[in-house]
Ligand binder design. Structure first.
Ligand code: FAD
Length: 263
């Protein structure tokens, strides 16, 4: 009871955004984004980086570039969904208060590593899904919540939500991350090193166009209102940060404000 972290696990699974029942899209989280993309199709410019967002007097000019071309699009309004961690470095003429709010949005730096493995945790330890919490640098091990009884499965060997451990993990080379996860994980499962392969890791603070996992600061009220032709949306503007539901709620807010502004 003297361990300061003892309350973390029970409180984590009962928090409002982590409690059961958890739904998961069949085929993976990105199926939701792909389902939206199917509806939009020709409206999406893939491989195009927004390099500037400026007022024109009557609307907005969005500058962009591909690997081979530069161009611009002029429109009456824009809903900006680029995360503040990236947006702060894109040239713009947002109002000074908006620029400050974007600059001050804080981001978590989560990391993950996953492995392929025969499902020894099912066959030998009767573990079917769920999480093993540890007090080591990997924090947690996730077991696949589907495909029970199949030969192989994907095991999440560490998921750090942020902070110093995540910074240290992210600064390691890919092979050193694998070694760290194996060393800590084999204290939980002796079969680990002999079975796990194909380790692949992500440090979201180093992923271009994300530069972080999710906002940790509360949404700025300024970013919830139009700034002339600019509106802003994203999960960082809700209290469901780090959840796609937050991004959808925020988009609905932005569209409602856009309808008011354009009326
Ligand atoms: C580790 C981790 C685990 C998560 N787990 C879950 C989960 O289990 N369930 C869940 O619901 N959510 C989860 N999320 C959160 C989910 O990913 C976000 O809520 C969601 O992606 C936010 O959507 P968004 O549109 O606001 O931002 P994003 O998805 O970040 O979209 C922003 C888009 O802008 C693009 N972009 C950035 N810069 C530029 C530029 N200069 N030019 C053009 N495009 C640009 C990016 O490429 C990206 O496509 C997780 C997030 C992380 C990091």
């Amino acid at each position: 009871m003297l361990d300061a972290n003892i309350a973390f696990v029970p409180s984590f699974v009962e928090s409002y955004n982590q409690a059961a029942t958890m739904m998961q899209p069949v085929g993976g989280m990105d199926r939701i984004a792909y389902a939206f993309a199917e509806q939009l199709q020709a409206e999406i410019f893939y491989g195009t980086e927004v390099s500037g967002i400026f007022r024109t007097g009557t609307g907005v000019r969005i500058e962009g570039r591909t690997a081979t071309e530069q161009g611009a699009l002029e429109t009456d309004y824009v809903v900006v969904t680029i995360p503040p961690s990236v947006l702060r470095d894109i040239p713009n003429d947002f109002s000074p208060g908006i620029q400050t709010a974007i600059e001050q949005t804080q981001y978590a730096n989560p990391t993950k590593i996953a492995f392929q493995s025969p499902r020894f945790w099912e066959k030998e330890e009767q573990i079917y899904g769920g999480i093993s919490w540890t007090d080591s640098d990997i924090l947690q091990i996730w077991y696949p919540s589907g495909g029970f009884g199949q030969d192989q499965g994907i095991l999440v060997g560490s998921y750090l939500f942020g902070g110093g451990n995540a910074t240290n993990f992210g600064n390691l080379s890919p092979s050193a991350r694998i070694e760290l996860a194996l060393t800590a994980g084999e204290k939980v499962h002796s079969q680990y090193r002999a079975n796990l392969s194909q380790g692949i890791s992500v440090a979201w603070s180093k992923v271009p166009y994300s530069l972080g996992g999710w906002a940790t600061s509360n949404p700025s009220p300024l970013l919830l209102e139009p700034d002339g032709p600019f509106l802003f949306a994203g999960d960082h503007l809700t209290y469901l940060r780090g959840w796609q539901e937050g991004a959808v709620i925020s988009a609905l807010n932005a569209l409602s404000k856009l309808a008011d502004a354009a009326a």
